[in-house]
Design a binder for this molecule. Structure first.
Ligand SMILES: Cc1cc2nc3c(=O)[nH]c(=O)nc-3n(C[C@H](O)[C@H](O)[C@H](O)COP(=O)(O)OP(=O)(O)OC[C@H]3O[C@@H](n4cnc5c(N)ncnc54)[C@H](O)[C@@H]3O)c2cc1C
Length: 375
């Protein structure tokens, strides 16, 4: 169905072009949104450290901008004395061309209201075509309110980002229907096109320290009394640093094939010898065998270790999407037809209760020998 455009953003006074509609929804970009250009990444930082997901997103932003023939910018919001310019320099090394930096006392520590105002103001002023955020607790919170304020589309937890060759729109792919299907979503008639991506889904881009860029200083223009939420104190979660699956180099994961929670001890022993972390499938977490922070998969963590050992894991799609980017996958399973053997690099058809201790012993002996040779 074709209907006339509302005439918004038609400064030349020309008659508005008809807008294509499907089932009541616009499929064509209105004239006033065609000025939106460039790919932006919201740079997430906390107490002096930039979250790695921001660098991972910059790698993707660079590829998208190169396809579109446009530039990459970062939005960095923080307190008066936070090293935002230093973060900008790092962002240039990871592929950004420009950094919009906003220092304000109200931006010291994340709160939704000032960050939403700061980011939406920047977007309205500089009109980026694409805006990417990490699917972290902060990124998810901010992306939702920014998209709502800007009345634009947001695709959450994407696993792939591309440019659609026909429409030149962001083609954001994410799992759907419980992870059994992947769907690609495009925001055709609104700008910016927003997407969030979980940590470790995208590869880390190489750092090019010789790259530089332009820093643009911006102001928030919001008074503290206008902000309902107050940040009184920061209390670190005593357990938050104990399990860090997404950034572990080695992960040994166990599944229901281990049969009994006590047998997870074998997984922990191998992980300890290899200096790695312990992961698990969802049924193991649901059965209370291990903590929820250890779950790998669609509703757990996305991991990208150099070595992933899967013991007694069938390789269901919901588990696979969380670990298939691992450099080397070794699967131990009694069933030679288990789906995990379709994508594992090395397969051991055998009983994990026997194979795990054998591997632990072999690695321990090998590493001890290497230690002696190095001494
Ligand atoms: C919406 C939704 C979200 C989900 N999210 C996740 C998620 O994030 N992560 C996740 O993992 N799952 C998730 N699941 C569940 C997923 O579909 C699978 O059910 C789950 O991954 C299977 O776990 P498993 O491999 O441990 O168990 P099973 O599928 O029961 O497989 C056990 C495997 O162990 C093998 N085995 C048996 N005995 C031995 C032995 N002695 N030695 C070696 N191998 C043995 C068997 O051959 C079998 O292949 C989700 C499901 C849904 C619907």
């Amino acid at each position: 169905m074709n209907t006339p455009a509302a005439g918004v953003g038609n400064p030349a006074g020309k008659p508005a072009a008809p807008v294509k509609k499907a089932a009541g929804r616009n499929l064509e970009l209105p004239e006033h949104l065609k000025a939106y250009k460039g790919v932006w990444v919201f740079l997430e930082h906390d107490r002096g450290h930039v979250h790695s997901v921001s660098w991972e997103l910059l790698g993707e932003a660079r590829k998208l901008a190169d396809t579109l023939g446009s530039n990459v910018s970062v939005a960095i919001l923080g307190g008066p004395n936070e090293p935002l310019e230093q973060f900008a320099a790092e962002a240039f090394a990871y592929g950004a061309d420009k950094a919009y930096v906003m220092h304000d006392a109200a931006l010291l520590g994340y709160r939704n209201e000032p960050f939403t105002k700061g980011l939406t103001d920047l977007v309205n002023r500089y009109q980026p075509e694409i805006l990417l955020l990490g699917a972290t607790p902060m990124g998810r919170d901010l992306a939702g309110s920014v998209a709502t304020t800007l009345a634009t589309g947001l695709t959450a937890d994407c696993t792939a980002l591309n440019i659609d060759p026909t429409s030149r729109a962001l083609a954001a792919t994410r799992p759907t229907f419980g992870g059994s299907l992947l769907c690609t979503i495009m925001t055709l008639a609104y700008r910016p096109q927003m997407a969030t991506v979980r940590p470790r889904v995208m590869a880390m881009p190489p750092s090019q320290p010789e790259r530089s860029g332009e820093i643009v200083q911006e102001t928030l223009g919001m008074v503290e009394t206008a902000i309902v939420t107050k940040l009184l104190d920061f209390i670190a979660d005593a357990n938050s640093n104990k399990i860090n699956l997404p950034y572990a180099d080695v992960i040994v994961s166990g599944g229901k094939g281990l049969k009994h929670p006590d047998n997870f001890r074998l997984v922990f022993e191998l992980a300890r010898v290899l200096g790695g972390e312990v992961g698990a499938t969802r049924p193991c977490v649901q059965a209370g065998w291990v903590e929820a922070d250890r779950q790998v998969g669609q509703t757990g963590k996305t991991v990208r270790p150099r070595l992933y050992i899967a013991a007694g894991i069938s390789g269901a799609i919901q588990h696979r999407v969380g670990m298939e980017s691992s450099d080397v996958i070794v699967a131990i399973n009694t069933d030679p037809n288990a789906p995990i053997f379709d994508f594992a690099h090395y397969g051991i058809v055998g009983n994990a209760l026997q194979v795990l201790p054998a591997l632990t012993q072999a690695f321990a002996e090998h590493l001890a020998l290497r230690g002696k040779q190095a001494a």
